[in-house]
Design a protein around this ligand. Structure first.
Ligand SMILES: [Mn+2]
Length: 348
């Protein structure tokens, strides 16, 4: 009985939400029906939301008998490899793979709405005459696709895809699709504690668990497989922590030297920024990372502080409470000084 009531409730909720995107979902349905060759892609340095969304959609489309290629600029980070046991995701090689993009009937860009973030795929995606679908939850979209399914209120691209699947086929969500969608939503909500985590999202999660996603297993795969090198890198990064502007801005730094000393790389800094936000009174957290080709700024904030605007000042973008930018010019200390100076204008 309780299960029945739950299902009725879930259906009512899903149909309510779908109203907002009904036209786009309908368009998607038609594009899927008339297209055979699909390319799916996501942003540079993909996370579990981008990758999980690609894999869930690829599995859905393959079941429909479609030819699907997942092409990404970057390789898959080690903690997401478990999602792709069939090694469906290919790191893009222009000479070998460009034809897939140019000859595709439809290209689906997931978890970003900016062709710039596709890096080496960008010119081919823009040049291709394929129908371009963009499914994302970031602010300030660039013009390149039609249709857009962009919902800034969604916690993850995986959440939007869940709703699309429910629209396309009531029974689409099985274990193969539930696992990558769960990983997508778990990571983009900071394990269900970021602001967009609400009761509706938990209802989706309940359905994903019923469909076979194992929350213990997925958490362990994503977050409990660190190398000791990574923990040593964290130790070095934590030792740089400084709190400025009356305790409202916390900043951590990772230098190129630290990567060399600990035999680690950029992907090992994932989630380091959480430590800046754990300090009482901090409104903005910064992680500034020195890379081979520039400096990466990661930003987090609490409440109404729009750090994506701060990121935009440095050529980046993101969400209100989580954003980032990559700066090619200036030394590490220049960038730290500039971002600390600009952050002063955002604190309350
Ligand atoms: Mn996302």
């Amino acid at each position: 009985m309780a299960k029945k009531i739950f299902k009725v409730f879930l259906r009512a909720f899903v149909s309510l939400w779908q109203d907002a995107f009904m036209t786009e979902f309908e368009t998607c349905k038609n594009i899927i029906a008339r297209s055979q060759r699909f390319v799916l892609t996501t942003h540079v340095n993909p996370d579990a939301d981008g990758l999980g969304s690609e894999l869930a959609l690829a599995r859905y489309l393959q079941r429909k008998g479609k030819d699907v290629h997942i092409l990404n600029h970057s390789s898959t980070p080690w903690n997401c490899e478990f999602l792709d046991s069939e090694q469906k995701i290919i790191q893009f090689n222009p000479e070998r793979d460009a034809a897939f993009i140019l000859n595709a009937d439809a290209i689906v860009v997931l978890d970003t709405n900016s062709p710039d973030r596709l890096e080496s795929l960008k010119p081919f995606v823009l040049q291709s005459s394929a129908t371009k679908i963009c499914i994302d939850h970031h602010l300030d979209k660039a013009e390149f696709a039609n249709p857009y399914i962009i919902d800034e209120a969604s916690a993850a691209t995986g959440e939007i895809l869940y709703r699309l699947f429910r629209f396309l086929d009531e029974k689409a969500i099985d274990k193969e699709i539930a696992v990558p969608l769960y990983a997508a939503i778990m990571t983009d909500t900071g394990s269900f504690r970021f602001p967009k985590t609400n009761s509706e999202l938990h209802k989706i999660i309940a359905h994903l668990l019923e469909a076979g996603a194992d929350p213990v297993e997925i958490y362990q795969q994503v977050y409990e497989q660190s190398s000791s090198n990574r923990v040593h890198l964290l130790g070095k990064a934590l030792s740089t922590l400084e709190v400025v502007h009356d305790g409202k801005v916390a900043c951590m730094t990772v230098t190129w030297e630290m990567f060399k000393e600990t035999k680690t790389s950029e992907e090992d800094t994932d989630n380091f920024i959480t430590h800046t936000m754990g300090i009482r009174g901090v409104q903005i957290g910064l992680l500034v990372t020195e890379l081979a080709d520039g400096v990466k700024i990661s930003l987090r904030s609490k409440g109404d502080i729009p750090v994506h605007k701060l990121a935009q000042e440095f050529g980046g973008n993101g969400h209100k409470n989580a954003a980032g930018a990559r700066v090619q010019q200036g030394t590490l200390s220049d960038v730290i000084q500039q971002v600390l100076e600009r952050s002063k204008h955002y604190i309350i």
